[in-house]
Design a binder for this molecule. Structure first.
Ligand code: HEM
Length: 423
């Protein structure tokens, strides 16, 4: 037997695959690894969404979403809609991470995880249940204003093209001289706001559980570009204490008769994304991402959002998620961040520290940010309930509440609290 020749009498005649040293190979198709390599996990909230690109003064990418249910859930559920816009400006990205309603449920980020738990499916049955939602929010009457939107007809937008958008929070715009103005951002669709009533939602969602994603994609592909007028409301921070409510409070809107909507531009979505994974799943918006001339306001909930989004994105996408093409700035940029998991911005310079006489990059020109002296007692403050404005299409609104409160596990106490709130 010649061990080096193929043939019936050869040692090469093994009926199964072996290594060169003769050990049997049970799988010649897959490398031996520790654990399966998985795709990135879906977002904990706003998992179901669709994106598109277009133009403003600068190119934006926009992601619309529902909030509570999973990535492939129906787009016809009663749920707020996310309206997140990333502007790729010449001075870096600006993320305006808003919703379709101009207010929010809570005023303290501390309550966010419990709020999400109450709204998400029951951990035992994986079914979203009204009694859990009504129980949680019965402890939070500041949520009433948000519920007037959610249980109104606009609680189920017809699709993503026919809904408003709002930055919700108060931001600060600062001019070159350093003068600060409080602003709220608003998006109004030029084709009008349209909603689905319950029976329409059942028909639409029953036929196509991705109807809003499809509508967005098909409209853009057909050249019927979705378009929003962009407005701002402007307040002089000196007037902050002149209102009978806290103007920074996210459970309030600013009265339009006193602080009118001023048109500042138009956003048109004229280009579909090229790849859903790269331009929807890998997209990461964060309220901390701002550019010169735009600043935050000193509001608790916004301050929580500023750090929590990047925390989850480091977990969801990896520490270098800002280098992913959809999140990277389109302008030139330079700093000494380097290496680390999933880093693909490899560089060939030897100087990765600052300052250095070998690196010609200088500081950018200083731009103004609001100067403020913060003072006050460090405390866990309970925020008082303040008045809000009701906007109701009453009959259907009341019907929806009766239905929600009829959940057999929404016990007497929960029902009476809600009835007293609404009355
Ligand atoms: C997504 C946290 C309040 C709008 C998210 C995500 C987190 C989060 C962790 C997932 C991000 C990702 O995986 O990329 C919070 C916390 C809040 C809060 C802690 C309060 C303290 C709000 C408010 C709004 C909002 C007030 C609206 C003004 C959105 C939108 C998305 C989102 C639109 C989806 C962004 C996308 O399309 O990728 N939020 N959120 N959130 N949040 Fe919030």
């Amino acid at each position: 037997m010649d061990p080096y020749k193929r043939g019936p009498s050869s040692a090469f005649n093994s009926p199964f695959w072996t290594t060169n040293s003769g050990a049997p190979v049970w799988n010649n198709n897959s490398s031996l690894t520790v654990g399966a390599r998985e795709r990135i996990p879906e977002r904990v909230v706003h998992a179901r969404g669709a994106s598109a690109k277009g133009f403003f003064e600068t190119p934006p990418i926009v992601r619309f979403s529902t909030v509570i249910h999973e990535r492939d859930s129906p787009e016809t559920l009663r749920d707020p809609r996310g309206f997140a816009v990333k502007f790729y400006t010449r001075e870096g990205n600006f993320d305006l991470v808003g919703n379709n309603f101009p207010v929010f449920f809570i005023r303290d980020g501390m309550k966010f995880p419990d709020m999400v738990h109450a709204l998400k499916p029951n951990p035992k049955s994986h079914i979203q249940e009204n009694w859990r939602i009504l129980d949680f929010f019965s402890h939070h009457p500041e949520s009433l204003h948000m519920f007037t939107f959610l249980f109104d007809d606009i609680g189920i937008p017809q699709d993503y093209r026919h809904m408003d958008g709002s930055g919700v929070h108060t931001y600060t715009l600062i001019d070159k001289a350093g003068k600060a103005h409080y602003v709220k951002f608003h998006w109004k669709p030029t084709c009008g706001v349209k909603n689905l009533l319950e029976d329409e939602a059942i028909t639409v969602g029953g036929a196509n559980h991705s109807h809003a994603t499809q509508d967005l994609y098909d409209s853009i592909a057909a050249g019927n570009y979705p378009e929003w007028k962009v407005f701002i409301q402007v307040m002089d921070p000196a007037d902050e204490d002149r209102f009978d409510f806290d103007p920074l409070d996210v459970t309030k809107t600013w009265p339009e008769d006193i602080l009118p909507l001023q048109p500042v531009g138009r956003m048109v979505l004229s280009k579909n994304i090229d790849n859903f994974f790269a331009e929807n799943e890998q997209l990461a918006f964060c309220p901390s991402v701002i550019v010169p001339g735009i600043y935050y306001s000193d509001y608790k909930l916004l301050q929580t959002r500023i750090f929590s989004y990047s925390d989850t994105q480091k977990h969801r996408l990896g520490p270098n998620y800002l280098q992913l093409p959809a999140n990277a700035p389109k302008c030139v940029h330079h700093n000494n961040h380097h290496e680390g998991f999933m880093n693909f911005m490899h560089r060939d310079e030897e100087v990765n520290y600052f300052p250095s006489r070998f690196d010609p990059a200088r500081h950018a020109e200083k731009y103004p940010i609001p100067t403020a002296i913060c003072s006050g007692k460090r405390d866990k403050c309970i925020i008082n309930i303040m008045p809000f404005w009701l906007r109701l299409r009453q009959e259907r609104f009341v019907k929806r509440w009766i239905e929600a409160l009829s959940d057999p596990r929404a016990k007497y106490e929960i029902r009476s609290i809600w009835i007293s709130y609404w009355s």
